[in-house]
Design a protein around this ligand. Structure first.
Ligand code: NAP
Length: 236
């Protein structure tokens, strides 16, 4: 897909991978619609993106909430038009022993990581199908294919994203909507700090590298689709 002038919607774009993807798409000339819950962080990100991208709309949104996603999509459609690219990136990480995690941890994790992908896809993709053109990028994780201690809820949510993403790829390709599942290993973002962890930035992936991969996967000629990509640290 040629990116200049296209409209890209990126969820969870106030920090981390989402912000890096928004910057990379903005540099390629995409118009941007971004969301996250925390207004002050979102506005800060939007200010930064306005120095790069031709147009930026930032709407505080909770992707796990149907009404909030509908309101976001309504503003995007009325102010900017049909999205050409949807990056389902918003996500949370809650880690702990399976006997220590709570039902609330489960609900929040699945609400954002899985329900959020479902709701945003339903809000933005019908218009892509209508125009018979579009790309959806679902940010899953290596945790969607592997298993690890303290990861029962997070890994389960990302396995669910993998299943949803691969199935929607098969649903949507006949309408010329490509679905790309991205599986990063550990990436240096606020994600770990929020989960009470502090990895060594030297041994994990820079979010800019994930963004570069996403842009290249979207840019591939329209005849084929990258259905899944993994990116891991070189020397963890
Ligand atoms: P991050 O820096 O913590 O960013 C998460 C983003 O999602 C923030 O903008 C956050 O803003 C937003 N968000 C969280 N809950 C939301 C909600 N309910 N509605 C809307 N936005 C919400 O984390 P990241 O590392 O960039 O993670 C991005 C994605 O990559 C996630 O899906 C994560 O699971 C995945 N991933 C991360 C890694 C890693 O090692 N970092 C590896 C593999 C996959 P608010 O909190 O203000 O809403």
């Amino acid at each position: 897909m040629e990116l200049s002038g296209r409209l890209a919607v990126i969820t969870g774009a106030s920090t981390g991978i989402g912000l890096s993807v928004a910057e990379a798409l903005g540099r390629e000339g995409c118009r941007l619609a971004i969301c996250a819950r925390t207004e002050v962080d979102l506005e800060q990100a939007a200010e930064r993106l306005r120095t790069i991208a031709p147009q930026v709309l930032a709407v505080p949104t909770d992707v796990s909430d149907e009404g909030s996603v509908r309101a976001f999509a309504k503003r995007v459609h009325s102010e900017l038009g049909t999205a050409d690219i949807l990056v389902n990136n918003a996500g949370v990480g809650v880690f702990g022993h399976v006997l220590d995690l709570t039902p609330a941890d489960y609900d929040v994790t699945f609400g954002v990581n899985v329900r959020g992908v479902f709701l945003c896809t339903q809000a933005f993709v019908p218009a892509m199908v209508e125009q018979n053109d579009g790309v959806v990028v679902n940010v899953a994780s290596i945790a969607g294919k592997n298993f690890f201690p303290n990861g029962s809820v997070y890994a389960a949510s990302k396995h669910a994203v993998m299943g949803m993403s691969k199935s929607m790829m098969l649903d949507l390709r006949k309408d010329n909507v490509r679905v790309i599942t991205v599986c990063p290993g550990s990436v240096y973002t606020p994600f770990f700090e929020k989960a009470g962890q502090s990895p060594d930035p030297e041994t994990i992936i820079d979010p800019g590298d994930v963004a570069e991969l996403v842009v290249k996967a979207i840019q591939l000629s329209d005849g084929g689709t990258v259905s899944e990509v993994e990116i891991r640290p070189v020397n963890p």
